[in-house]
Write a protein that binds this ligand. Structure first.
Ligand SMILES: [Zn+2]
Length: 464
């Protein structure tokens, strides 16, 4: 709750701050800069989800919808925040965020697609900008100054800098869309959803799940319903709008069972064993009613047995799931992970390699493959796969560390220290980062890399 309020509050502050520094009309450059700043702050303060398979799944689904939008205004980027409370939000610059908790309360790929479509609609309609204009009166100068101090300045503790009075006034306005903007985003979002090939009823079902959760579910305020108000009327309006596409044959999902497998993969990693076990039981009830497929139930039990340490029984189930869904990232990763735990690294590697053939470029699979190659002493191959995964460093917090070790083993010591320096710089461990960068400078023989390291050292001086 505290965290949630801080997220919303923090975003608001950043908007006010930038409003103060740039005026109300953000140009493209300022907007991109603002997006990057907020992204960095979110990454630093809340963290991103540490389950890359799931983050990539959401990203791919997002990209699928974006490709159905004619001339999108941004090159949209999708990120999963490491927060349980369900929420989704868009910030200027084309950044779309989803809290992982959202996934746990939805039932279908199409429902997640509907939420993403709605967020993309907010982005396309530039609602945040309009929002800032209507909140002109709220340009609390002292607040902006405090935030400037906290954000751009030095050592100041964020919450201390803000003070409780400002906190109260800011949370009263929060970053909340108007009902008019919600209607607009629903209309436009529904068009995106249908263009991407999904049944519009998914938008209604997604909202229903969120609303049920508010009334009958876990305690705590739901961020999504706070930031996107008017759920009940939205459901009614969506029902009317959806009629337009009633006659078209549209899908609820394109990757059979993948949504359910992704959700289980996530829940098995994020919740304690009793909670996960309860979830698996509820699936069995649904299975008996024919709502959940036998493969999904098998997968759920396979992960449960893995968590309980009953590896041989788990292997039997997960191998069967993978044989039925050989192209599925979650089926492959779960089985490979199990082989790895059993010390059967060669088998782990072969599972991932086979699935990668049909899911070319999947960064999570490349990362796994790098780990297994490293374990097998195949450092050259490990290096290649780490290099591919490095396209999205925020998905793999330990990548630079492992890459540094592999480079060291290959005798490329200068690069190894440079990469270890990157690892510690990312973790804001300035002294260790400096130590490795300086070692790198002594060892590197490549002038352009040396120049890079010098720049990194300068940058390091700016980290508090
Ligand atoms: Zn909305």
């Amino acid at each position: 709750m505290q965290n949630k309020r801080r997220t919303v509050f923090f975003l608001l502050c950043v908007f006010i701050l930038f409003q103060a520094s740039f005026g109300l009309c953000l140009d493209r450059y300022d907007e991109a800069k603002l997006g990057r700043e907020v992204f960095r702050e979110i990454e630093k303060r809340y963290g991103l989800l540490d389950v890359p398979e799931v983050s990539l799944y959401i990203q791919q689904l997002g990209n699928r919808i974006v490709s159905a939008i004619e001339n999108p205004s941004y090159r949209y980027k999708f990120f999963v925040v490491d927060q349980e409370v369900p929420n989704a939000f868009t910030i200027p610059g084309g950044y779309v965020f989803v809290n992982w908790g959202l996934l746990t309360i939805l039932e279908r790929e199409g429902e997640l697609a509907a939420i993403l479509s709605h967020e993309l609609a907010h982005g396309e309609a530039r609602h945040i900008h309009k929002q800032l204009e209507t909140q002109k009166a709220l340009a609390v100068a002292s607040l902006a100054a405090a935030v400037a101090g906290a954000l751009l300045g030095t050592d100041t503790n964020f919450s201390q800098a803000i003070g409780t009075g400002a906190m109260a006034s800011a949370s009263a306005v929060a970053l909340k869309y108007s009902r008019e903007h919600e209607r607009e985003a629903d209309q436009l979002g529904l068009r995106f959803l249908v263009s991407a090939g999904y049944n519009p009823l998914n938008a209604i079902n997604a909202l229903k799940h969120l609303a049920e959760r508010q009334w009958g579910g876990r305690p705590g305020v739901l961020d999504y319903l706070m930031t996107h108000p008017g759920a009940a009327e939205r459901i009614d309006t969506l029902r009317v709008l959806a009629k337009r596409w009633e006659s078209r044959s549209l899908a609820d999902s394109y990757l059979p069972d993948s949504f359910q497998l992704a959700k289980l993969f996530l829940i098995a990693r994020k919740y304690d064993l009793p909670t996960y076990e309860g979830f698996v039981k509820s699936l069995d009830d649904k299975g008996e009613k024919g709502v959940v497929s036998p493969v999904v139930r098998e997968f759920a039990r396979g992960l449960l047995l893995t968590r309980k340490g009953n590896y041989s029984a788990a292997k039997f189930l997960l191998a069967d799931v993978w044989s039925r869904r050989p192209n599925d990232i979650f089926a492959a990763s779960s089985l490979a992970d199990l082989y790895f735990r059993l010390g059967q690294v060669e088998q782990a590697r072969s599972v991932v390699e086979r699935t990668l053939r049909s899911r070319k470029g999947n960064l999570a699979l490349h990362y796994r493959l790098a780990l297994y190659c490293q374990e097998l002493g195949l450092n050259e191959q490990a290096l290649q796969h780490f290099d591919v995964a490095k396209k999205a460093p925020f998905l793999f917090p330990d990548l630079d560390y492992r890459l540094g070790i592999v480079l060291g083993k290959l005798g490329r010591l200068g690069e190894a220290h440079m990469t270890l320096g990157d690892y510690y710089a990312r973790r804001r461990d300035v002294s260790l980062a400096r130590f490795h960068y300086q070692k790198a400078l002594n060892l590197l023989k490549n002038p352009s890399l040396e120049k890079k390291v010098r720049e990194k050292l300068v940058h390091l001086g700016k980290i508090k």
